[in-house]
Design a protein around this ligand. Structure first.
Ligand SMILES: [Zn+2]
Length: 311
């Protein structure tokens, strides 16, 4: 068991590009939260989306974190080496009748939505209308993806019987949150047609397998939380506490990301990078060494009720 408080946190970057200041905010916040709670901080490389993974970037990220003084308490894990865990979770869901094969192409989903008289979309993604949910898979059909049912009341033998996918939760920074996953997203994908495990399945399985008690991550991921809580309930796994950190906005007001060309961190000036990230979290800039700055912010977060986001 974990020494001290039982707090276990993590930072879980995707190796699609080097860390930029936006991802450093999440790294620093999760590290500070763990330190302020006298807990442990783990590192997980989320490389299940193999087409988007860039070779060697995982090592760059580990080096960037190290230069910034953010050292994990146990050796990092790579999701690409954990397929057996994800396969086992999917088998459990299939056995419970909660996951099913979907052979729909994107075009099939568009046609089904139009036939129902609506074209609801969410973040440019189509809300899946459940076409394959009750249709027995044609024997010749190749399963393109596996989806999780969101329309069900969990049955009496399920880990959380009587629960629906109308999810409410409390975010430590954003306050009370709610989402009806069936309405907002529909039955979502656990394993893609190309065999890749989805972020939703891998993150839920790994958070539970690693005993993560607190998730601190960027606000751009807040929208995934209801889906992940539903998946936890379907699998009978505990729900961690969540805190979503403020986003770094570019000059155009859009969220800064690897995708819109955020500059990677300057490894020769780690304190400058950390000061930029700390400012987003509401902490004052520090002079001196990286360890001194981290110790000062840890003391401030501890004094601020153990919050990694400052006043
Ligand atoms: Zn389908």
């Amino acid at each position: 068991m974990i020494a001290g408080s039982g707090y276990l946190g993590r930072f879980a970057p995707s190796p699609t590009g080097p860390l930029h200041v936006g991802s450093l905010v999440a790294a620093l916040a999760s590290w500070l939260d763990a330190r302020a709670h006298n807990g442990q901080w783990l590192l997980r490389i989320e490389d299940v989306d193999t087409p988007r993974t860039v070779a060697g970037v995982d090592q760059t990220i580990l080096q960037q974190l190290s230069v910034c003084g953010l050292h994990p308490d146990t050796p990092p894990v790579w999701q690409s080496q954990r397929s057996a865990l994800y396969q086992s979770a999917l088998q459990q869901l299939i056995a419970q009748g909660l996951a099913y094969a979907c052979t729909c192409s994107r075009k099939d989903i568009e046609i089904a939505l139009v036939a129902r008289g609506h074209t609801r979309t969410r973040h440019a993604e189509l809300v899946y209308p459940g076409s394959c949910r009750l249709a027995p898979l044609h024997p010749m059909a190749r399963a393109r993806a596996w989806r999780l049912r969101t329309d069900v009341l969990l049955p009496p033998h399920a880990p959380a019987p009587g629960t629906t996918a109308h999810i409410t939760w409390h975010d430590r920074r954003l306050g009370p949150q709610a989402q009806d996953v069936a309405q907002a997203v529909g039955d979502f994908v656990l394993q893609r047609a190309d065999g890749c495990w989805t972020y939703q399945l891998a993150v839920v399985v790994d958070d539970a397998a690693q005993g993560i008690s607190h998730v601190v991550r960027g606000q751009d991921l807040a929208d995934n939380t209801a889906r992940q809580i539903w998946l936890q309930r379907c699998l009978g796994l505990p729900t961690p506490q969540y805190l979503h950190t403020p986003l770094v906005l570019g000059a155009d007001g859009a969220k800064l990301s690897k995708q819109n060309g955020a500059l990677p961190l300057d490894l020769s000036k780690p304190l400058q990078a950390l000061n930029t990230a700390a400012a987003v979290l509401g902490w004052p800039a520090q002079a001196g060494s990286v360890p001194e700055a981290l110790a000062t912010w840890t003391a401030m977060a501890t004094a601020h009720g153990g919050s990694p986001v400052g006043p």
